[in-house]
Design a protein around this ligand. Structure first.
Ligand SMILES: *[C@@H]1O[C@H](CO)[C@@H](O)[C@H](O)[C@H]1NC(C)=O
Ligand SMILES: *[C@@H]1O[C@H](CO)[C@@H](O)[C@H](O)[C@H]1NC(C)=O
Ligand SMILES: *[C@@H]1O[C@H](CO)[C@@H](O)[C@H](O)[C@H]1NC(C)=O
Ligand SMILES: *[C@@H]1O[C@H](CO)[C@@H](O)[C@H](O)[C@H]1NC(C)=O
Length: 348
């Protein structure tokens, strides 16, 4: 993936004082279940299925007064100090015979080698200039799980890309959410993988750790894409690290059009049974102490240990071993006769 180098170069060119580095690391699956402590705290069997990664103190309540970095005994993410939780919808393939199957996920590679994920996603923290790390108790939501209108989504921030090969070597692409990337999930037999990108707002109002819609305490800056977010509006003047989720859905097994629905419905949907416009990501901050601030201030890079910030890394075997039992038990893998959704699936 060449864009990481491009971003770094662009940042340096624009502002010598800007950080040329970003954190970019693998997070394996902690659990896949119908919970959502941000939008539906306390509820089991929430309207749709999520994949959750990060600290194992994740639970259905996630009281904002509790500190994930103190309560977690492990994390499924690379950095030992990061007990945050990150979650998204999952993708399903809809067979023409009516059955659904959860699309398998893989890590993404890049110039520094393949990230090893057991399911899950890759997380980025992209600084531009001096940034203020999130405070304890901070949380936010990007995107809308009920949206069906692609024109309401800024495709510079939330997008999907068709990857015509499962080999990294054949990937030529620019920055995420540029070029031919789409808000909709591509439905083209040529696609073997779909790379989904969710970029979060990087500007904060400086006072609220959360807001009723989990969005209005933050705002996007003037930039789009993975460049750090640009300058902040006066209403949300505090520059945060730009968080980006990157997900790789391996649709190779389902690229044969002869097994796609013949009634005009979509072959690939997110777990709300909706397409790309409903893509969303949830974030609950949980780094230990001021480790994230130090990482940003010291130009800690990629998924490498960073002694200046006290960051240590776990081997894939260790972070893969951090998992949790489903709190809302149900089958989520293999061929299913129906997608696991609640009655309120379209409302939340
Ligand atoms: C969630 O975790 C907190 C902190 O460990 C605990 O106090 C609470 O009881 C848990 N809630 C549930 C529903 O498990
Ligand atoms: C649909 O096709 C899949 C793959 O061949 C199969 O495993 C599944 O049982 C089928 N579902 C039904 C309802 O026939
Ligand atoms: C994607 O799935 C195909 C079909 O099972 C498999 O051959 C391929 O190795 C997978 N690719 C990756 C990167 O996991
Ligand atoms: C693709 O399908 C085959 C046959 O069902 C299965 O063995 C394999 O694990 C699948 N690949 C992935 C990446 O899930």
């Amino acid at each position: 993936m060449q864009w990481a180098t491009l971003v770094a170069a662009a940042l340096f060119a624009k502002d010598v004082a800007a950080q040329g580095s970003m954190l970019r690391f693998a997070c394996s699956q902690l659990v896949v279940e119908r919970t959502d402590p941000l939008v539906n705290p306390g509820m089991k069997y929430t309207p749709h299925l999520h994949q959750i990664v990060g600290g194992n103190s994740f639970n259905v309540t996630m009281d904002p007064n509790n500190d994930p970095s103190a309560l977690s005994t492990c994390t499924s993410c690379t950095f030992t100090q990061d007990k945050s939780n990150y979650w998204t919808a999952v993708m399903f393939f809809h067979h023409k015979n009516g059955s659904y199957i959860r699309v398998p996920q893989v890590g993404n590679g890049g110039p520094e080698g393949k990230l090893i994920n057991n399911g899950g996603l890759d997380v980025y923290y992209i600084p531009s200039g001096k940034v203020t790390a999130f405070k304890k108790g901070f949380r936010m939501l990007a995107g809308s799980a009920t949206n069906t209108d692609a024109s309401k989504v800024n495709k510079g921030n939330i997008c999907n890309r068709c990857w015509t090969s499962t080999s990294e070597a054949n990937f030529v692409g620019a920055q995420p959410c540029s070029g031919s990337d789409t808000v909709d999930i591509p439905a083209d037999p040529k696609c073997k993988m779909i790379r989904q990108t969710i970029i979060f707002p990087s500007c904060w109002n400086g006072k609220d750790l959360d807001s009723p819609d989990h969005q209005s305490h933050v705002a996007y800056g003037s930039g789009v894409g993975a460049g750090g977010g640009g300058s902040c509006p006066t209403t949300h003047p505090v520059k945060l690290p730009q968080i980006m989720y990157e997900l790789m859905w391996n649709i190779t097994n389902f690229s044969d059009k002869s097994i796609w629905p013949t009634d005009g419905s979509k072959p690939f949907v997110y777990s709300m049974n909706l397409g790309g416009p409903a893509a969303h990501g949830d974030y609950v901050f949980g780094w230990e102490g001021d480790s994230l601030q130090k990482a940003m201030d010291n130009g800690c890079a990629e998924n490498r240990a960073c002694p200046k910030a006290g960051l240590t890394v776990q081997t894939p075997a260790v972070y893969n071993a951090c998992t949790k039992k489903q709190q809302a038990p149900e089958a989520v893998d293999g061929w299913l006769s129906a997608m696991p959704v609640g009655d309120a699936a379209m409302k939340a």
